[in-house]
Design a protein around this ligand. Structure first.
Ligand SMILES: *[C@@H]1O[C@H](CO)[C@@H](O)[C@H](O)[C@H]1NC(C)=O
Ligand SMILES: *[C@@H]1O[C@H](CO)[C@@H](O)[C@H](O)[C@H]1NC(C)=O
Length: 478
Protein backbone atom coordinates (compact mmCIF):
# COMPACT_ATOMS: atom_id res chain seq x y z
CA UNK A 1 0.00 0.00 0.00
CA UNK A 2 2.69 2.42 1.05
CA UNK A 3 4.67 1.49 -2.07
CA UNK A 4 1.65 2.16 -4.30
CA UNK A 5 1.06 5.53 -2.70
CA UNK A 6 4.71 6.36 -3.25
CA UNK A 7 4.54 5.35 -6.92
CA UNK A 8 1.42 7.46 -7.35
CA UNK A 9 3.15 10.37 -5.68
CA UNK A 10 6.15 10.08 -7.99
CA UNK A 11 3.89 9.79 -11.03
CA UNK A 12 1.93 12.87 -10.08
CA UNK A 13 5.17 14.76 -9.53
CA UNK A 14 6.57 13.70 -12.90
CA UNK A 15 3.31 14.58 -14.61
CA UNK A 16 3.30 17.93 -12.85
CA UNK A 17 6.83 18.61 -13.96
CA UNK A 18 6.01 17.70 -17.55
CA UNK A 19 2.93 19.91 -17.63
CA UNK A 20 4.78 22.66 -15.80
CA UNK A 21 7.72 22.51 -18.17
CA UNK A 22 5.42 22.58 -21.16
CA UNK A 23 3.50 25.47 -19.64
CA UNK A 24 6.72 27.38 -19.16
CA UNK A 25 7.90 26.45 -22.66
CA UNK A 26 5.24 28.45 -24.35
CA UNK A 27 1.86 30.03 -24.12
CA UNK A 28 -0.23 29.99 -27.27
CA UNK A 29 -1.79 33.18 -28.61
CA UNK A 30 -4.50 31.27 -30.48
CA UNK A 31 -7.66 29.70 -29.13
CA UNK A 32 -6.95 26.38 -30.78
CA UNK A 33 -3.19 25.76 -30.41
CA UNK A 34 -1.91 23.63 -33.28
CA UNK A 35 -5.45 23.14 -34.69
CA UNK A 36 -5.97 20.11 -32.46
CA UNK A 37 -9.38 20.82 -31.01
CA UNK A 38 -11.98 18.34 -32.26
CA UNK A 39 -14.80 20.88 -31.95
CA UNK A 40 -13.79 23.05 -34.90
CA UNK A 41 -14.40 26.76 -35.33
CA UNK A 42 -13.96 28.06 -38.90
CA UNK A 43 -15.38 31.17 -40.54
CA UNK A 44 -15.54 32.37 -44.14
CA UNK A 45 -15.30 35.90 -45.51
CA UNK A 46 -15.10 37.23 -49.07
CA UNK A 47 -13.77 40.69 -49.93
CA UNK A 48 -13.94 42.87 -53.02
CA UNK A 49 -10.94 44.91 -54.21
CA UNK A 50 -11.10 47.38 -51.32
CA UNK A 51 -11.96 44.79 -48.66
CA UNK A 52 -15.69 45.46 -48.70
CA UNK A 53 -18.73 43.66 -50.08
CA UNK A 54 -20.11 46.17 -52.57
CA UNK A 55 -22.95 43.99 -53.72
CA UNK A 56 -24.01 40.52 -52.54
CA UNK A 57 -24.11 37.65 -55.05
CA UNK A 58 -27.71 36.63 -55.87
CA UNK A 59 -29.17 34.16 -53.35
CA UNK A 60 -25.86 33.79 -51.51
CA UNK A 61 -26.58 36.23 -48.72
CA UNK A 62 -23.82 38.30 -47.21
CA UNK A 63 -20.37 36.78 -47.82
CA UNK A 64 -19.77 35.74 -44.22
CA UNK A 65 -20.34 32.15 -43.03
CA UNK A 66 -19.17 29.77 -40.35
CA UNK A 67 -18.91 26.10 -39.50
CA UNK A 68 -18.70 25.57 -35.75
CA UNK A 69 -19.63 22.53 -33.71
CA UNK A 70 -19.07 20.74 -30.45
CA UNK A 71 -18.88 17.01 -29.97
CA UNK A 72 -21.40 15.21 -27.85
CA UNK A 73 -20.74 11.46 -27.46
CA UNK A 74 -19.25 11.22 -30.96
CA UNK A 75 -21.92 13.25 -32.71
CA UNK A 76 -21.47 16.75 -34.05
CA UNK A 77 -23.70 19.47 -32.64
CA UNK A 78 -23.59 22.42 -35.03
CA UNK A 79 -23.86 25.94 -33.65
CA UNK A 80 -24.51 27.81 -36.92
CA UNK A 81 -27.48 26.91 -39.11
CA UNK A 82 -27.53 27.17 -42.89
CA UNK A 83 -30.21 29.84 -42.45
CA UNK A 84 -27.68 31.85 -40.40
CA UNK A 85 -25.07 31.38 -43.13
CA UNK A 86 -27.50 32.61 -45.80
CA UNK A 87 -28.41 35.81 -43.96
CA UNK A 88 -28.22 38.77 -46.34
CA UNK A 89 -29.06 42.48 -46.52
CA UNK A 90 -32.53 43.34 -45.30
CA UNK A 91 -32.80 40.28 -43.03
CA UNK A 92 -32.46 41.22 -39.36
CA UNK A 93 -30.68 39.08 -36.78
CA UNK A 94 -30.04 39.48 -33.05
CA UNK A 95 -27.82 42.44 -32.27
CA UNK A 96 -27.68 44.04 -35.73
CA UNK A 97 -27.33 47.82 -35.73
CA UNK A 98 -30.37 49.32 -37.49
CA UNK A 99 -28.17 51.43 -39.79
CA UNK A 100 -26.47 48.28 -41.12
CA UNK A 101 -29.56 46.43 -42.31
CA UNK A 102 -29.67 47.83 -45.86
CA UNK A 103 -25.94 48.47 -46.37
CA UNK A 104 -24.07 45.40 -47.74
CA UNK A 105 -20.68 46.49 -46.30
CA UNK A 106 -21.94 47.23 -42.79
CA UNK A 107 -24.26 44.23 -42.87
CA UNK A 108 -21.34 41.84 -43.49
CA UNK A 109 -19.35 43.33 -40.60
CA UNK A 110 -22.37 42.88 -38.30
CA UNK A 111 -22.99 39.36 -39.57
CA UNK A 112 -19.40 38.41 -38.77
CA UNK A 113 -19.96 39.50 -35.17
CA UNK A 114 -23.24 37.58 -35.02
CA UNK A 115 -21.65 34.37 -36.33
CA UNK A 116 -18.84 34.98 -33.86
CA UNK A 117 -21.35 35.08 -31.01
CA UNK A 118 -22.66 31.64 -32.05
CA UNK A 119 -19.17 30.16 -32.30
CA UNK A 120 -17.51 31.85 -29.33
CA UNK A 121 -15.47 29.71 -26.94
CA UNK A 122 -14.89 31.04 -23.41
CA UNK A 123 -11.21 31.10 -22.57
CA UNK A 124 -8.44 32.98 -20.77
CA UNK A 125 -7.45 35.79 -21.27
CA UNK A 126 -10.19 36.31 -23.87
CA UNK A 127 -12.95 34.34 -25.55
CA UNK A 128 -12.24 33.51 -29.18
CA UNK A 129 -14.38 32.63 -32.21
CA UNK A 130 -12.86 31.04 -35.33
CA UNK A 131 -10.09 30.50 -37.85
CA UNK A 132 -11.02 32.62 -40.86
CA UNK A 133 -10.95 31.57 -44.51
CA UNK A 134 -10.49 34.76 -46.53
CA UNK A 135 -11.15 35.01 -50.24
CA UNK A 136 -10.53 38.17 -52.26
CA UNK A 137 -11.35 39.14 -55.85
CA UNK A 138 -8.71 41.53 -57.25
CA UNK A 139 -10.87 42.97 -60.04
CA UNK A 140 -11.46 46.70 -59.80
CA UNK A 141 -14.03 48.51 -61.88
CA UNK A 142 -12.65 52.05 -61.73
CA UNK A 143 -15.91 53.33 -63.26
CA UNK A 144 -17.75 52.19 -60.13
CA UNK A 145 -16.16 54.73 -57.79
CA UNK A 146 -16.46 52.02 -55.11
CA UNK A 147 -12.96 52.17 -53.64
CA UNK A 148 -11.52 55.14 -51.79
CA UNK A 149 -7.97 56.39 -52.51
CA UNK A 150 -5.87 56.15 -49.34
CA UNK A 151 -9.14 56.25 -47.42
CA UNK A 152 -10.47 59.33 -49.27
CA UNK A 153 -13.61 59.07 -51.37
CA UNK A 154 -12.73 59.77 -55.03
CA UNK A 155 -14.80 60.00 -58.21
CA UNK A 156 -14.73 57.19 -60.83
CA UNK A 157 -11.77 57.22 -63.23
CA UNK A 158 -10.78 55.70 -66.58
CA UNK A 159 -10.17 51.93 -66.64
CA UNK A 160 -6.82 50.41 -67.60
CA UNK A 161 -4.80 50.12 -64.41
CA UNK A 162 -6.65 47.16 -62.91
CA UNK A 163 -8.19 43.97 -64.28
CA UNK A 164 -11.93 44.18 -64.95
CA UNK A 165 -13.96 42.57 -67.73
CA UNK A 166 -16.71 45.19 -67.44
CA UNK A 167 -19.86 45.74 -65.41
CA UNK A 168 -20.11 43.46 -62.40
CA UNK A 169 -16.44 42.39 -62.35
CA UNK A 170 -16.20 43.09 -58.61
CA UNK A 171 -18.84 40.52 -57.75
CA UNK A 172 -18.92 38.28 -54.71
CA UNK A 173 -18.61 34.52 -55.28
CA UNK A 174 -20.98 31.59 -55.22
CA UNK A 175 -20.48 29.76 -51.93
CA UNK A 176 -21.28 26.11 -51.26
CA UNK A 177 -20.92 24.77 -47.76
CA UNK A 178 -20.62 21.14 -46.78
CA UNK A 179 -21.18 21.23 -43.01
CA UNK A 180 -18.64 19.18 -41.09
CA UNK A 181 -19.80 15.60 -40.66
CA UNK A 182 -18.50 12.45 -39.07
CA UNK A 183 -17.93 9.89 -41.81
CA UNK A 184 -19.13 6.30 -41.62
CA UNK A 185 -15.74 5.11 -40.38
CA UNK A 186 -16.75 6.80 -37.13
CA UNK A 187 -13.39 8.60 -36.78
CA UNK A 188 -12.97 11.04 -39.69
CA UNK A 189 -14.56 14.47 -39.56
CA UNK A 190 -14.67 16.59 -42.71
CA UNK A 191 -16.41 19.62 -44.18
CA UNK A 192 -15.78 22.29 -46.83
CA UNK A 193 -16.44 25.64 -48.44
CA UNK A 194 -16.13 25.95 -52.20
CA UNK A 195 -17.40 27.94 -55.15
CA UNK A 196 -16.60 30.20 -58.09
CA UNK A 197 -16.79 33.85 -59.09
CA UNK A 198 -18.49 33.06 -62.42
CA UNK A 199 -22.07 33.43 -61.25
CA UNK A 200 -23.66 31.82 -64.29
CA UNK A 201 -21.24 28.93 -64.71
CA UNK A 202 -21.12 25.38 -63.49
CA UNK A 203 -18.86 25.18 -60.42
CA UNK A 204 -15.64 23.37 -61.23
CA UNK A 205 -16.28 23.70 -64.96
CA UNK A 206 -12.98 23.83 -66.88
CA UNK A 207 -12.80 27.53 -67.71
CA UNK A 208 -14.09 29.08 -64.54
CA UNK A 209 -12.43 30.28 -61.40
CA UNK A 210 -12.64 27.98 -58.41
CA UNK A 211 -11.80 28.05 -54.72
CA UNK A 212 -12.12 25.36 -52.13
CA UNK A 213 -11.11 24.71 -48.56
CA UNK A 214 -11.70 21.19 -47.23
CA UNK A 215 -10.91 20.49 -43.58
CA UNK A 216 -10.37 17.03 -42.20
CA UNK A 217 -9.38 15.46 -38.89
CA UNK A 218 -9.39 12.15 -37.07
CA UNK A 219 -11.33 12.25 -33.82
CA UNK A 220 -8.95 12.82 -30.91
CA UNK A 221 -5.81 12.61 -33.05
CA UNK A 222 -3.43 15.23 -34.43
CA UNK A 223 -4.28 18.43 -36.24
CA UNK A 224 -7.02 19.53 -38.58
CA UNK A 225 -5.69 19.60 -42.13
CA UNK A 226 -7.00 22.45 -44.27
CA UNK A 227 -6.69 21.58 -47.95
CA UNK A 228 -6.87 24.63 -50.19
CA UNK A 229 -7.39 25.02 -53.91
CA UNK A 230 -7.49 28.26 -55.90
CA UNK A 231 -7.92 28.62 -59.65
CA UNK A 232 -7.92 31.82 -61.67
CA UNK A 233 -9.75 32.38 -64.96
CA UNK A 234 -9.70 34.92 -67.77
CA UNK A 235 -12.40 36.97 -66.04
CA UNK A 236 -10.88 36.61 -62.57
CA UNK A 237 -7.08 36.67 -63.05
CA UNK A 238 -6.25 38.06 -59.58
CA UNK A 239 -7.48 36.03 -56.60
CA UNK A 240 -6.37 35.60 -53.01
CA UNK A 241 -7.13 32.77 -50.59
CA UNK A 242 -5.79 32.72 -47.04
CA UNK A 243 -6.40 31.04 -43.75
CA UNK A 244 -6.18 33.70 -41.08
CA UNK A 245 -5.74 33.95 -37.36
CA UNK A 246 -7.36 37.33 -36.71
CA UNK A 247 -7.94 39.44 -33.64
CA UNK A 248 -11.02 38.49 -31.61
CA UNK A 249 -12.11 42.14 -31.45
CA UNK A 250 -11.07 45.49 -32.85
CA UNK A 251 -9.62 45.66 -36.37
CA UNK A 252 -7.77 42.89 -38.17
CA UNK A 253 -5.25 43.34 -40.98
CA UNK A 254 -6.90 45.28 -43.83
CA UNK A 255 -10.32 45.25 -42.15
CA UNK A 256 -11.59 48.53 -40.72
CA UNK A 257 -14.56 47.03 -38.89
CA UNK A 258 -14.77 45.22 -35.58
CA UNK A 259 -13.59 41.69 -36.36
CA UNK A 260 -13.82 38.19 -34.86
CA UNK A 261 -11.06 35.60 -34.87
CA UNK A 262 -8.63 33.27 -33.19
CA UNK A 263 -5.94 35.48 -31.59
CA UNK A 264 -7.06 35.48 -27.96
CA UNK A 265 -3.79 37.30 -27.23
CA UNK A 266 -2.39 39.76 -29.77
CA UNK A 267 1.26 38.91 -30.44
CA UNK A 268 3.77 41.76 -30.20
CA UNK A 269 7.23 41.94 -31.80
CA UNK A 270 9.70 40.57 -30.91
CA UNK A 271 8.07 38.09 -28.54
CA UNK A 272 6.34 35.49 -30.67
CA UNK A 273 6.85 32.66 -33.12
CA UNK A 274 4.57 31.01 -35.66
CA UNK A 275 4.56 27.26 -36.09
CA UNK A 276 2.78 25.55 -38.99
CA UNK A 277 3.01 22.70 -41.45
CA UNK A 278 2.72 23.70 -45.08
CA UNK A 279 2.62 21.29 -47.98
CA UNK A 280 2.36 22.91 -51.43
CA UNK A 281 1.25 20.54 -54.17
CA UNK A 282 0.94 23.19 -56.88
CA UNK A 283 2.29 26.68 -56.47
CA UNK A 284 -0.08 28.53 -58.79
CA UNK A 285 2.30 29.64 -61.54
CA UNK A 286 4.83 32.47 -61.86
CA UNK A 287 2.47 35.18 -60.52
CA UNK A 288 1.51 33.32 -57.37
CA UNK A 289 2.82 35.28 -54.39
CA UNK A 290 2.71 32.48 -51.91
CA UNK A 291 3.02 33.89 -48.40
CA UNK A 292 4.86 32.07 -45.62
CA UNK A 293 3.42 34.01 -43.68
CA UNK A 294 1.71 37.34 -44.07
CA UNK A 295 1.25 39.44 -40.94
CA UNK A 296 -1.02 42.45 -40.84
CA UNK A 297 -1.76 45.25 -38.44
CA UNK A 298 -2.70 48.90 -38.27
CA UNK A 299 -1.06 51.96 -36.75
CA UNK A 300 -0.85 55.61 -37.66
CA UNK A 301 2.19 57.36 -39.12
CA UNK A 302 2.79 59.10 -35.80
CA UNK A 303 2.85 55.71 -34.06
CA UNK A 304 -0.57 55.96 -32.43
CA UNK A 305 -3.01 53.04 -32.58
CA UNK A 306 -5.66 53.03 -35.28
CA UNK A 307 -9.05 54.37 -34.30
CA UNK A 308 -11.15 53.90 -37.44
CA UNK A 309 -10.28 57.25 -39.05
CA UNK A 310 -9.45 55.92 -42.52
CA UNK A 311 -7.62 59.12 -43.49
CA UNK A 312 -4.86 58.61 -40.90
CA UNK A 313 -5.06 54.86 -40.13
CA UNK A 314 -2.50 52.80 -42.08
CA UNK A 315 -2.58 49.05 -42.67
CA UNK A 316 0.90 47.49 -42.28
CA UNK A 317 1.82 44.21 -43.90
CA UNK A 318 4.92 42.05 -43.92
CA UNK A 319 4.96 39.08 -46.27
CA UNK A 320 7.56 36.43 -47.10
CA UNK A 321 6.98 35.27 -50.69
CA UNK A 322 8.28 31.73 -51.23
CA UNK A 323 7.58 31.29 -54.95
CA UNK A 324 11.10 30.81 -56.43
CA UNK A 325 9.88 32.49 -59.62
CA UNK A 326 9.37 35.75 -57.75
CA UNK A 327 12.42 37.94 -58.39
CA UNK A 328 13.70 40.78 -56.23
CA UNK A 329 12.49 44.10 -57.63
CA UNK A 330 14.64 45.75 -55.01
CA UNK A 331 18.24 46.04 -56.26
CA UNK A 332 21.31 48.30 -56.35
CA UNK A 333 19.97 50.02 -59.48
CA UNK A 334 16.35 50.01 -58.26
CA UNK A 335 16.69 51.22 -54.68
CA UNK A 336 13.27 52.80 -54.98
CA UNK A 337 11.83 49.31 -54.46
CA UNK A 338 13.81 48.69 -51.26
CA UNK A 339 13.11 49.86 -47.73
CA UNK A 340 15.49 52.70 -46.72
CA UNK A 341 17.53 50.34 -44.58
CA UNK A 342 17.95 46.77 -43.33
CA UNK A 343 18.72 45.86 -39.72
CA UNK A 344 20.79 42.75 -39.01
CA UNK A 345 20.13 40.37 -36.11
CA UNK A 346 23.06 42.13 -34.37
CA UNK A 347 21.16 45.42 -34.78
CA UNK A 348 23.46 46.92 -37.39
CA UNK A 349 21.70 49.28 -39.77
CA UNK A 350 22.62 48.96 -43.45
CA UNK A 351 21.36 51.70 -45.77
CA UNK A 352 20.08 50.71 -49.18
CA UNK A 353 22.67 52.97 -50.83
CA UNK A 354 25.42 50.83 -49.26
CA UNK A 355 25.64 48.65 -52.35
CA UNK A 356 28.47 46.54 -50.92
CA UNK A 357 26.39 45.35 -47.94
CA UNK A 358 22.65 45.82 -48.42
CA UNK A 359 20.92 42.40 -48.90
CA UNK A 360 18.96 43.40 -52.03
CA UNK A 361 18.00 39.79 -52.77
CA UNK A 362 16.13 39.54 -49.46
CA UNK A 363 13.52 42.09 -50.49
CA UNK A 364 11.00 41.67 -53.28
CA UNK A 365 9.38 45.05 -52.93
CA UNK A 366 8.78 47.80 -50.43
CA UNK A 367 6.08 50.42 -50.76
CA UNK A 368 5.31 53.29 -48.40
CA UNK A 369 1.97 54.63 -47.13
CA UNK A 370 0.40 57.08 -49.59
CA UNK A 371 -0.46 59.48 -46.75
CA UNK A 372 3.09 59.74 -45.34
CA UNK A 373 4.47 63.29 -45.25
CA UNK A 374 8.22 62.77 -44.80
CA UNK A 375 9.25 59.96 -47.11
CA UNK A 376 12.83 59.25 -47.99
CA UNK A 377 13.28 59.56 -51.78
CA UNK A 378 13.17 57.77 -54.11
CA UNK A 379 10.10 55.81 -53.03
CA UNK A 380 7.10 53.95 -54.36
CA UNK A 381 3.84 54.41 -52.52
CA UNK A 382 1.51 51.41 -52.20
CA UNK A 383 -1.61 50.95 -54.25
CA UNK A 384 -4.06 53.48 -52.78
CA UNK A 385 -7.27 51.62 -53.71
CA UNK A 386 -6.91 47.99 -52.57
CA UNK A 387 -7.41 48.71 -48.88
CA UNK A 388 -9.96 50.84 -47.00
CA UNK A 389 -7.11 53.15 -45.98
CA UNK A 390 -3.45 53.76 -46.86
CA UNK A 391 -1.15 50.79 -46.59
CA UNK A 392 2.53 49.98 -46.22
CA UNK A 393 3.93 46.66 -47.47
CA UNK A 394 7.29 44.98 -46.88
CA UNK A 395 7.72 41.93 -49.10
CA UNK A 396 10.57 39.54 -48.38
CA UNK A 397 12.20 36.71 -50.29
CA UNK A 398 14.07 33.63 -49.03
CA UNK A 399 17.66 34.68 -48.30
CA UNK A 400 20.55 33.58 -46.04
CA UNK A 401 20.17 36.70 -43.91
CA UNK A 402 16.83 35.40 -42.59
CA UNK A 403 18.40 32.18 -41.25
CA UNK A 404 18.49 33.46 -37.66
CA UNK A 405 14.71 33.66 -37.70
CA UNK A 406 14.08 30.18 -39.10
CA UNK A 407 12.74 31.63 -42.35
CA UNK A 408 13.56 30.06 -45.73
CA UNK A 409 17.12 30.89 -46.76
CA UNK A 410 17.11 29.87 -50.41
CA UNK A 411 14.74 29.87 -53.37
CA UNK A 412 12.69 26.69 -53.45
CA UNK A 413 12.66 26.11 -49.67
CA UNK A 414 9.17 25.01 -48.69
CA UNK A 415 7.97 25.16 -52.29
CA UNK A 416 6.18 22.46 -54.35
CA UNK A 417 6.96 18.99 -53.01
CA UNK A 418 9.02 20.35 -50.10
CA UNK A 419 6.37 20.15 -47.38
CA UNK A 420 7.70 21.11 -43.96
CA UNK A 421 6.88 22.12 -40.46
CA UNK A 422 8.19 25.63 -39.88
CA UNK A 423 8.89 27.44 -36.67
CA UNK A 424 9.31 31.03 -37.71
CA UNK A 425 10.58 33.76 -35.42
CA UNK A 426 8.08 36.17 -36.93
CA UNK A 427 8.28 38.40 -33.87
CA UNK A 428 12.07 38.73 -34.03
CA UNK A 429 12.13 39.37 -37.74
CA UNK A 430 9.30 41.90 -37.70
CA UNK A 431 10.89 43.80 -34.84
CA UNK A 432 13.83 44.67 -37.13
CA UNK A 433 11.99 45.62 -40.31
CA UNK A 434 11.72 49.16 -41.52
CA UNK A 435 8.26 50.70 -41.24
CA UNK A 436 7.64 54.35 -41.99
CA UNK A 437 7.09 56.74 -39.13
CA UNK A 438 6.90 60.55 -38.89
CA UNK A 439 10.19 62.01 -37.63
CA UNK A 440 10.37 62.63 -33.88
CA UNK A 441 7.38 60.45 -32.97
CA UNK A 442 7.38 57.57 -30.47
CA UNK A 443 7.89 54.26 -32.29
CA UNK A 444 4.66 52.30 -32.71
CA UNK A 445 4.26 49.12 -30.70
CA UNK A 446 4.27 46.37 -33.31
CA UNK A 447 1.22 44.44 -32.19
CA UNK A 448 -0.05 42.14 -34.93
CA UNK A 449 -3.77 41.68 -35.51
CA UNK A 450 -3.71 39.04 -38.28
CA UNK A 451 -1.43 36.18 -39.20
CA UNK A 452 -2.29 34.72 -42.60
CA UNK A 453 -1.13 31.82 -44.71
CA UNK A 454 -2.01 31.39 -48.37
CA UNK A 455 -1.51 32.77 -51.84
CA UNK A 456 -2.26 35.80 -53.93
CA UNK A 457 -2.27 34.94 -57.63
CA UNK A 458 -1.40 38.38 -58.92
CA UNK A 459 -2.96 38.95 -62.36
CA UNK A 460 -2.16 35.65 -64.08
CA UNK A 461 -1.75 35.60 -67.87
CA UNK A 462 -3.40 32.19 -68.04
CA UNK A 463 -5.59 30.05 -65.83
CA UNK A 464 -3.48 28.95 -62.88
CA UNK A 465 -4.13 26.48 -60.08
CA UNK A 466 -2.63 26.56 -56.61
CA UNK A 467 -3.11 23.69 -54.22
CA UNK A 468 -1.76 23.35 -50.68
CA UNK A 469 -2.53 22.04 -47.25
CA UNK A 470 -1.99 23.72 -43.91
CA UNK A 471 -1.99 22.15 -40.46
CA UNK A 472 -0.52 22.51 -36.93
CA UNK A 473 -0.95 26.31 -37.06
CA UNK A 474 0.07 27.90 -33.79
CA UNK A 475 1.31 31.24 -32.51
CA UNK A 476 3.72 30.90 -29.60
CA UNK A 477 4.32 33.69 -27.17
CA UNK A 478 7.99 33.67 -26.20
C1 LIG B 1 -18.11 21.72 -53.89
O1 LIG B 1 -18.65 21.20 -52.69
C2 LIG B 1 -19.82 20.42 -52.83
C3 LIG B 1 -20.30 20.06 -51.46
O2 LIG B 1 -20.71 21.21 -50.77
C4 LIG B 1 -19.49 19.19 -53.66
O3 LIG B 1 -20.66 18.44 -53.87
C5 LIG B 1 -18.90 19.62 -54.99
O4 LIG B 1 -18.46 18.48 -55.70
C6 LIG B 1 -17.72 20.57 -54.80
N1 LIG B 1 -17.33 21.08 -56.10
C7 LIG B 1 -16.17 20.76 -56.68
C8 LIG B 1 -15.97 21.27 -58.05
O5 LIG B 1 -15.31 20.09 -56.13
C1 LIG C 1 23.07 56.89 -47.89
O1 LIG C 1 21.80 57.13 -47.30
C2 LIG C 1 21.86 57.72 -46.01
C3 LIG C 1 20.44 57.77 -45.47
O2 LIG C 1 19.59 58.31 -46.39
C4 LIG C 1 22.52 59.08 -46.10
O3 LIG C 1 22.61 59.67 -44.82
C5 LIG C 1 23.92 58.93 -46.73
O4 LIG C 1 24.49 60.19 -46.93
C6 LIG C 1 23.87 58.18 -48.03
N1 LIG C 1 25.22 57.87 -48.48
C7 LIG C 1 25.65 58.09 -49.73
C8 LIG C 1 27.08 57.70 -50.01
O5 LIG C 1 24.93 58.57 -50.58
Amino acid sequence: MEGQVHVMFVLINVLGMLLGARGKDYVSAVGDPGMRRDGLRVGFEAWNFCNEVGQEAPEMGSPRAADCFDLSSSSLVHKVSEADNKLGVGKPFPGIKPGALKNPDLYAAEKEKYLGSLCQVEDKPQPWQFWMVMLKNGNYDTNSGLCPENGKKVPPFKPGRFPCFGDGCMNQPILFHQPTQLLEDGTTMTGSFNGTFELDAEVGGGLTSFYEVVWEKKLGVGSWVFKHKLKTSKKYPWLMLYLRADATKGFSGGYHYDTRGMLKTLPESPNFKVRLTLDIKQGGGPKSQFYLVDIGSCWKNDGRQCDGDVLSDVTRYCEMIINPQTAAWCGPTSQKNCPPYHITPKNIKIYRNDTAHFPYGAYHYYCAPGNAQHLEQPVDTCDPYSNPQAQEIVQLLPHPIWADYGYPTKQGDGWEGDGRTWELDVGGLSSRLYFYQDPGTTPARRIWRSIDMGTEIFVSDKDEVAEWSLSDFDVLLT
